[in-house]
Write a protein that binds this ligand. Structure first.
Ligand SMILES: Nc1nc2c(c(=O)[nH]1)N[C@H]1C(S)=C(S)[C@@H](COP(=O)(O)O)O[C@H]1N2
Ligand SMILES: [Mo]
Length: 430
């Protein structure tokens, strides 16, 4: 049926890839698409949940410095204060997010391949409902491509985008998920039916074929199960060369796909580095004898020298650094001064409030971070001066860095020079 909606150019006979006969793979059919679709339904749901958790972990509502996403409105709804226990929380949620994202790439590509004849369906527009559905597919495929591409570029190359990865990935996720929910609602019943019917092919012109079965199939070179096995092997291979980066320690060496060129060397400071001191322009004079730690709050201010900081009670905490990019160090033995003890210097010890942490680092992509009161009050939250028994290396934040249990790596500010406790100061540097 040709609708009055279709423009003149779209009512002619189908040509090239718009003819069903053009597509000759005997593998394409509702069962193959349904199996891949089900795998993505579970996988993408987990990606979405762990992605939202990562958003919550950044404590976006605590202060503007934590989340500079413009105009997020109700999309940036408040989730919950990010807990400090278990201390490996972000390592697991973000490890799953990034590893699963990489592992799903072959499944996503296979799924797109399995439905490609529908991209060329002719006539392109048959009814307003069908036009709306095709538009949602555009958002679905475009959204998936955008989220996977920005995610993978980010974990590989660190922030190569115009603007912020965080903002792009955040808005892209909402577009993608909106289209994903519509797609699942429209297709779930058909998918379940195709799974029940099994791998046999329905007649090409039947309703069950859903426009996927070739009317002129070529001779098969592999079975449908075999093709799925190949996709599974591809995913397994990616898992094996990715997962080690989230475990850290010796297993990091198995992470062949993780970014290279920043080998941290051996010794107590021999674990993954995000940005070296040199790469962000930390000068020796910034962290030399003139360095001071300023502690502010409750209308008071105290400046400490490095020696005075070392003279305060030192505590230990066994904590990893887990980056948004999916890599994590193994647990490291940090030692330094509790944030609660520093708050006590300005009289805020018993009810330590949130704290603004600032680095000697100026400009660039990194600014300041506000830690919640829950984070500031945790006895394992330290301004660390030593790691694994040695003085912090310059690249790990000498003379002092923050380390917080359960938090994303970005909250573990290096080269710290000022802590401001309490509400009042949070607005000052924003
Ligand atoms: N001053 C400053 N602190 C920083 C960063 C930075 O770029 N500058 N990067 C953060 C990020 S994103 C991570 S993952 C951790 C990494 O710490 P590491 O380099 O010691 O492993 O440091 C955090 N602290
Ligand atoms: Mo990070």
């Amino acid at each position: 049926m040709r609708s009055a909606l279709a423009p003149a150019w779209a009512t002619g006979p189908a040509r090239g890839p718009s003819r069903p006969e053009f597509w000759r793979s005997p593998l394409r059919g509702p069962w193959l698409t349904a199996v891949l679709g089900m795998a993505l339904l579970f996988g993408i749901t987990i990606l979405f949940v762990t992605g939202l958790l990562s958003y919550a972990a950044y404590e976006p509502d605590l202060a503007a410095v934590n989340d500079q996403t413009p105009d997020k409105g109700w999309l940036g709804f408040y989730l919950f204060p990010w807990p400090t226990s278990p201390y490996w929380l972000y390592r697991v949620t973000q490890g799953v997010h990034v590893t699963l994202g990489v592992v799903l790439v072959p499944v996503l590509l296979a799924k797109l391949w399995s439905v490609i004849p529908k991209l060329f369906a002719w006539p392109p527009v048959r009814s307003p409902a069908q036009a709306a559905e095709r538009l949602s597919l555009l958002l679905l495929v475009g959204g998936a491509g955008f989220e996977f591409a920005t995610g993978i570029l980010n974990i590989q190359l660190h922030y190569i985008f115009p603007g912020s990865f965080y903002t792009l990935h955040f808005y892209g996720a909402w577009v993608f998920i909106g289209a994903f929910v519509v797609h699942v609602a429209l297709r779930l019943r058909r998918t379940v039916r195709a799974l029940r019917a099994g791998p046999g092919q329905p007649a090409p012109d039947s309703e069950e074929a859903a426009g996927l079965v070739s009317p002129r199939p070529a001779a098969p070179t592999i079975s449908r199960r075999g093709a799925l096995g190949m996709v599974g092997l591809g995913s397994l291979a990616l898992l094996l060369v990715t997962a080690g980066q989230s475990v850290g320690g010796r297993l990091r060496r198995t992470a062949l796909l993780a970014p290279h060129g920043q080998e941290p060397g051996a010794g107590p400071n021999g674990f993954q580095i995000n940005k070296t001191a040199a790469s962000v322009g930390i000068r020796p004079s910034d962290t030399g004898p003139a360095w001071r730690l300023t502690v502010r709050g409750a209308g008071r201010q105290i400046d400490l020298t490095y020696a005075q900081l070392l003279g305060m009670p030192q505590h230990e905490a066994l904590l990893p650094i887990a980056c948004v990019e999916g890599w994590s160090t193994a647990d490291q033995r940090w030692s330094g001064v509790r944030l609660t003890d520093l708050a006590a210097l300005v009289g805020l010890g018993t009810h330590t409030p949130r704290v603004l942490v600032e680095s000697v680092q100026r400009g660039g992509s990194f600014s300041s971070v506000v830690l919640s009161e829950g984070q500031a009050r945790d006895a394992r939250s330290l301004l660390a001066v030593r790691v694994n028994g040695a003085v912090l290396s310059r690249d790990h934040g000498y003379p002092a860095r923050v380390i917080v249990p359960g938090a994303p790596g970005v909250h573990n500010t290096k080269w710290v020079t000022r802590l401001t406790f309490g509400e009042s100061a949070v607005g000052e540097t924003v």
